[in-house]
Design a protein around this ligand. Sequence first.
Ligand code: FAD
Length: 706
Amino acid sequence: ESQIKNSNTDVLIIGAGPSGLMAATWLARAGVPFRIIDKRSDKIFSGQADGLQSRTLEVFQSFSGSSFDMTGLDSAWKMANHMIELCFWNPDENGNLVRSSRIPDSIPGISRFQQIVIHQGYIERWFDETIKNFSEGQSKVERPYLPISLSIDESKVEDKDAYAVKVLVKNLASEDVSNPEQFNAKVANGLYRQFEGDQERFYSNSIDIEHDPNVNVDDYEIINCKYVLGADGAHSWVRKQLGIDMEGESTDFVWGVLDAVPITDFPDIRHRCAIHSLESGSVMVIPRENDLVRLYIQLKEVPRDPLTTTDVSDNDSKEHAKGRIDRSKITPELILKNAQDIFKPFKFEIEDIDWFTGYQIGQRVSPKFSKFNRVFISGDACHTHSPKAGQGMNVSMMDTFNLGFKLALVCKGLAKLDILETYESERIEVAKELIAFDHKLSRLFSGKPMIPNSQAFQDGVDMDEFHKVFQKGGEFASGTIVDYADSLLIDKSLTHPVDEDGNSFSSIAKKVAVGRRLNSTLIECQADGRPIHIADRILSDGRFRVLVFAGDVNSYPQNLKILEEFDTFLKSDKHFSKKYTPVNALDNSVIDIITIHGSKRHDVEIFDFPEFTRPTDHKHRRDYWRLYTGIDSTYHEGDINAYEYYGIDTKNGAIIVVRPDGYVAKITNFDSNGLHQIDQYFDKFMIPQNSNVLTPKDKLINDRDR
Ligand code: FAD
């Protein structure tokens, strides 16, 4: 009989960086049992990634918009530095550094949030707070824990209730290795001596944990899991256990990163700037919180160490051959010297260095993101690239924002295992696009500039092209145009094939693309007249939404008739919402049906509409938050018109199904057949609930979510 502690959990998350924390947030929100471990004993407090893109902020809002999380992720928008303008500086005909153009930093109208910057430590802290709030203090990151072995019982992978994965973990609290030593410890920096080499000793086959008298069995635990997520960064241990190698290449360009308060006469220091100097390289300027400015600088002279192997990532033969940069020799002074050369003739000194690091740009992507749909990898474990477009942390969080709700639906027994396949199919495409984008941008950024009307550097980077790639890239970088393909969860059948940009717009809601996130606009509550962003009504709480755009019911009374037919359908036992909702849960706790009509609020009354748009519970309490108008003149927010915003005709209406992550899953006609179409969508992957009963915790969440 083993003396090692054995325990069970639905999901074990290995790694508490942004990617792991986002997964934990979903699971805490949905009330699914999980654990999250990290080998570091400390959180990070400065440096690392800093840019938060529009889509990420929408997602933060979708968690924090709920009244149970007032202290967590919604702090980002308030505390971070907002980036408004991007300036390009290049040499003119005479080789002098001049501002060549200015563009908005985020494309206007693309989202209600624009790019902001704040360091990763804050973000991880807000996640901790959010997880605590959602789990009512039950869940938090367990540190320092190192996974020692992982095995998948293949005979159990098809059984949805089976704990098919076994992970042996070790508590490192007594080992004194969990705080990686830093080079140049005078200033906080990202130049850790890799702790990977040191941890190898815990993996030795010769250690017999159960019988070796030197081993304290109390330090070990076997965690039996239904699912495991490896969100353990670029050197992912989980990825190695799955036998997956990254694919891609590295380059010669070496970059330094410096966070400091500058003293300068450069006029655009509080703007984001891309500066190409004539001969001294390039710099990206990122104004930050607390008067800090981050510089990403291409380093010209970098000491290399041909013998360095400890921190070389896998498959890095090129770097092995050349020798990796000797990170211990990268100092803030070295980075500053490079910066001063690039900024000339402007003066550039610094005070208060906050953080610095140095790295070599490479672009790599994992060919697989999962094994048996039981063990998944996400974030840097799947894709690594340069940081200039501010994508690393954002895409890493969006990976698990995609996976989290799917794991929650499966763990709660609401959806079939098959939906987990869509994690890899959806996110691998995003990773590939990201690598292609970064490849293009970083080469244009790192090359020497071509000088207008001059013979110098004719093979250099064309600044017009750089400008265009940057501008076009802004759309991609915002994260708002991610477009998931047809799958079990995305049904593009009633959409036009594609437009020239590859978007599947529907003829029913002409400005809504199936497969993309539903952009938000204001609607107004019929009962109390309060304007609300649609995104704030469809928060990330694990529910699907069916948005019934019923059109103008005054001008087109037949639209009310269709709503009456829906009411009859929804009272039957056979429709999707009843079929797939546990018997003791609220009727909208799995699929939430919201009606948005197209008449002015004062021209109709809530009781003109059938019961399902304003239902009552067993105590006769009415739910007023299911009936809205999309067209009105509001007292404080001006005119609103969701019909125009989404390209929906007020005569014909539309029905839009939105997934729990806010992506448009299906669009269909608002007619007698409409809800049957929706029924078919859910039939493909949901599990009929019959007698399934919610746990008390689920019930609590449902009640609070009314
Ligand atoms: P990570 O943030 O790397 O998190 C992985 C977590 O897993 C860590 O907490 C780690 O301790 C833990 N872990 C790893 N192995 C194990 C294991 N075996 N067992 C248990 N836990 C484990 N991006 C930018 O955009 N700009 C930058 O300037 C920038 N600088 C960076 C500097 C450094 C030093 C690093 C490491 C990254 C930097 N990045 C930067 C990248 C950005 O931080 C990442 O893209 C982002 O953090 C990815 O999130 P993640 O959760 O996937 O991985």
